[in-house]
Write a protein that binds this ligand. Structure first.
Ligand code: GAR
Length: 202
């Protein structure tokens, strides 16, 4: 299965997908896209010889538009689009072109601590302030709203003894690096079913 990975910054989840032993035989990252002209994740893509594109809603120097992506993805036979730390809203038309083919990882247990402006450390700050005892990571299908769409899988960790948002972030990131490849593997193996508005992993 050919996949496209969308990133905005560091790219540690991209790295986790690339280094997953389970995914090695199941899929290939054929393209990396970012809303930035340059980011650390692009350096990772470069190291692994993966083509990368900067993508924007409107025409700008150095960027392709979301409208151009379907033909690029068709040529590369992309079957799954993975948002791995991509912080921009995906345009509605683009989502309509790829129904149930776009997934996102979020660093909290949705439906709590999601939505516009809730990304990266802001999420962990909010979780820390809330006094919650558990946090985690969620992988979900993408719809036109931030951090909504059917939940595919989640992993949780105790944060009862965490002393800072940074500590929560570290614990959750470890979960993310295992959860995202495992969900991609299930999708690649067609071990996923949607019924009664819920997602079942088989
Ligand atoms: C990850 O923690 C990811 O869950 C989060 O951004 C980080 C990207 O890290 N995504 C969101 O907050 C989306 N709402 P990475 O670039 O090292 O993979």
């Amino acid at each position: 299965m050919n996949i496209a990975v969308f990133v905005s910054g560091r790219g540690s989840n991209l790295h986790a997908i690339l280094n997953s032993a389970e995914l090695e035989a199941l899929c290939r990252i054929s393209v990396v896209c970012s809303d930035k002209l340059d980011c650390h994740a692009f350096q990772i893509a470069h190291q692994y010889n993966i083509p990368f594109f900067s993508v924007s809603e409107s025409k700008k120097n150095g960027f392709v538009t979301f409208q151009m992506l379907p033909s690029i993805f068709a040529e590369k036979q992309i079957e799954l689009i993975v948002l791995a730390g991509f912080l921009k809203l995906i345009p509605k038309d683009f989502i309509g072109t790829f129904p149930f083919k776009i997934i996102n990882i979020h660093p909290a247990l949705l439906p709590s601590f999601g939505g516009k402006g809730m990304y990266g450390n802001r999420v962990h700050e909010a979780v820390f302030k809330s006094s919650a005892k558990v946090s985690g990571a969620t992988v979900h299908f993408v719809n036109e709203n931030y951090d909504e769409g059917l939940i595919i899988d989640q992993a949780a960790v105790s944060i009862a003894d965490a002393n800072s948002a940074e500590e929560i972030a570290q614990r959750v990131l470890i979960l993310e690096h295992a959860l995202l490849p495992s969900v991609i593997a299930k999708i690649a193996q067609r071990k996923i079913e949607i019924k009664n508005n819920r997602v079942y992993l088989i």
